[in-house]
Design a protein around this ligand. Structure first.
Ligand code: PXP
Length: 246
């Protein structure tokens, strides 16, 4: 059987982090998105945070207008972000938890406890033709809640797996494999992301029920040493090799 295709969404947030450190226009995350597309990205991911610490509103406008790859807008479930998402109708919106004080997205969304709050966001985005995904922990209850919310896609938070080593990493991996199988069984498209590196990506890319990986920080960091194009091609090659051997 032919292995299922695995898409790569390149998250360009941290190009904007570097730009914002000096307040000018360089480096331009939209230019990075263009280069990512040439280097093998299937889509571009950007997180417009409440505090605008990296991606700006204008970046989102330009990504929608100037990039011909699908945009996956990461957003918190707030009225402000919903209005922005509905105004731009990106290809996809990934709803993430957001805490002002966190350094990055810590943990997945609580689709069980937040069910009633999330429902109107999923519905309004879906009605506007936006493909909604929920960023959740690899947990069966969270997957079932995502399904009952009517989201077509889940993105599994694989950060704990990426941060762990040895037996702990193995046990996180088992959880992710089980969750990805459950997603397929209940009819959810399964993505994964957060913390992926050259070292961590292989076993995740080998899970055939996962169809998309969203990767940012490592790729932008690695680009300092090898350039953005080479950094992305290196990830694409590792993903393809792991999927081929699966
Ligand atoms: N997926 C989601 C939902 C995220 O919030 C993030 C971080 O913004 C990523 C993927 C990318 O994570 P990283 O930058 O660690 O590769």
């Amino acid at each position: 059987m032919m292995a299922r295709q695995l898409r790569l969404g390149v998250n360009i947030d941290h190009v904007a982090t570097i730009r914002n450190a000096r307040g000018g226009g360089h480096p331009d995350p939209v230019e990075a998105a263009r280069m990512a597309a040439m280097a093998g990205a299937d889509g571009i991911t950007a997180h417009l945070r409440e505090d605008r610490r990296h991606i700006s509103d204008d970046d989102i406008v330009r990504l929608c207008n100037e990039i011909d790859k699908p945009l996956n807008l990461e957003m918190a479930a707030t009225d402000e972000m919903l209005e922005i998402a509905l105004g731009h109708s990106p290809h996809a919106a990934c709803i993430v938890p957001e805490k002002r004080e966190e350094r990055t997205t810590e943990g997945g969304l609580d689709a069980v406890g937040g069910h009633d709050h999330l429902m109107p966001f999923v519905q309004q985005l879906t009605n506007a033709g936006v493909r909604v995904s929920l960023f959740i922990e690899p947990d069966i209850k969270q997957l079932d809640a995502a399904k009952s919310l009517g989201a077509p896609v889940v993105e599994l938070h694989v950060g704990a797996y990426c941060d762990a080593s040895g037996d702990q990493r193995e046990s996180h991996l088992k959880r992710i494999i089980k969750a990805a199988a459950h997603a397929e069984a209940i009819g959810l498209e399964c993505h994964a992301g957060h913390g992926l590196t050259y070292d961590a990506v292989g076993p995740i890319a080998a899970i055939e029920t996962i169809v998309e990986l969203n990767i940012g920080h490592f790729l932008i960091g690695e680009a300092i040493f090898s350039g953005l194009e080479a950094s992305i091609r290196g990830m694409r090659d590792r993903m393809d090799a792991a999927r081929k051997d699966a």
